[in-house]
Design a protein around this ligand. Structure first.
Ligand SMILES: Nc1ncnc2c1ncn2[C@@H]1O[C@H](COP(=O)(O)OP(=O)(O)OP(=O)(O)O)[C@@H](O)[C@H]1O
Length: 256
C-alpha cells in the first residue's frame, strides 16, 4: 500500500488506492504488479543462496520466516518455489535419524509439506500462521506429521511411478466384472465415501488380481493400503500383503 500511496493521486478510499486504469484489483500486491512496481525478489533469492553457504536448513527456515513476517518479498510463492529445496535442507536427514532408517525415502511433495509445517511453527510465536500468507501453499493436514511414525513411513514408501506402471499393466487386462468392481471401489476411495465392499468369486476368478490392481492405483496416489489375508500363503499373493492377525496385532485365543 505504501508503494501505491506514493504513486496514486486523489484517492478517497482504500478501493481507489488499488484501482488501476478504472479496474479495481483484488489486492494491493496485484495493483503493484499491474503498475510494474514490484521487483522479482532476486535479492531475496540471492540472500538465501548466500546464507546457505554457511548455515543449516534450520537457520534457512528461520530466515525465510523473518522475510515473511517483514513482508519484504513481493511474491513469497515465487521465492518458495525457487528455494524450497534449500529451505527443506536437513529434514530428510533428521527423519532418517529419528526413525533409525538411513534409507528412508520421502518424496518431494511430502518434504515440502514438512518444511511448511516447520515454517508455520516458527511463525506462531509471532502471532502469525502460514495461512495468513495467502500466496503461500497450504498445509494439507496441520495436525498430522506422518513422518514421525515408522509404520506410516513404511506404508508410504512405495514409489508412486513404479506403482502407476504396475497398475497400468494390471488394469489393461481386467475383465468386465473386475473392471466394474474396480471402478466402484476407486470411486468410493476417491470421493472418500468410506464404503465397505464384499467381492466374491470362485477360486481363480481373479479376486487377488483385482486387489493388486486397486492397491497399485491407490498407492500410486501416495495413499496407504493395508493388504491383509487370513492365511500366510494367501497374503504372499497380495502386493505388500501380511496376515490380518500380524498386521493388526490381533490376540488369537486358541481353544480346543
Ligand atoms: N484380468 C486378468 N488378466 C490376466 N490374468 C488374470 C486376470 N485375472 C486373474 N488373472 C490370473 O488368474 C490367476 C488366478 O487369479 P487370482 O489369484 O487373482 O484368483 P483368486 O480369485 O484370487 O483365486 P483364489 O480364490 O483361489 O485365491 C492368476 O494367475 C492371475 O494372475
Amino acid at each position: 500500500m505504501r508503494l501505491l500511496l506514493a504513486r496514486q493521486v486523489g484517492c478517497t478510499s482504500f478501493e481507489d488506492i488499488r484501482t488501476i486504469s478504472g479496474c479495481v484489483c483484488d489486492s494491493y500486491r496485484d495493483a503493484c504488479a499491474r503498475l510494474i512496481l514490484l521487483s522479482d525478489d532476486r535479492e531475496f533469492i540471492e540472500a538465501i543462496d548466500e546464507l546457505y553457504i554457511l548455515n543449516s536448513g534450520f537457520y534457512m527456515r528461520k530466515a525465510f520466516v523473518v522475510m515473511l513476517l517483514g513482508d519484504f518479498m513481493s511474491d513469497p510463492l515465487n521465492v518458495w518455489m525457487k528455494k524450497w529445496k534449500v529451505l527443506s535442507d536437513g529434514l530428510l536427514y533428521n527423519q532418517r535419524r529419528l526413525l533409525g532408517k538411513p534409507d528412508l525415502v520421502i518424496y518431494d511433495d511430502n518434504i515440502k509439506q514438512m518444511c511448511l509445517v516447520e515454517i508455520d511453527r516458527y511463525l506462531r510465536p509471532n502471532g502469525k500462521r502460514l495461512s495468513d500468507f495467502g500466496c503461500m501453499p497450504g498445509i494439507d493436514s496441520p495436525n498430522v506429521i506422518p513422518f514421525h511414525n515408522l509404520f506410516i513411513v513404511n506404508k508410504l514408501s512405495y514409489d508412486c511411478c513404479e506403482m502407476l506402471s504396475e497398475h497400468d499393466s494390471l488394469f489393461k487386462s481386467l475383465n468386465f466384472e473386475q473392471f466394474v468392481a474396480y471402478h466402484d471401489i476407486i470411486q468410493a476411495v476417491s470421493n472418500n465415501l468410506g464404503l465397505m465392499f464384499f467381492v466374491d468369486g470362485f477360486g481363480g476368478s481373479g479376486k487377488t488380481y483385482l486387489w493388486n490392481a486397486l492397491s497399485c492405483k491407490i498407492r500410486s496416489q501416495g495413499k496407504i493400503v493395508l493388504n491383509v489375508a487370513s492365511s500366510g500363503i494367501a497374503s504372499l499373493l497380495l502386493l505388500g500383503g501380511r496376515t490380518a492377525h500380524s498386521q493388526f496385532a490381533h490376540h488369537l485365543v486358541l481353544t480346543g
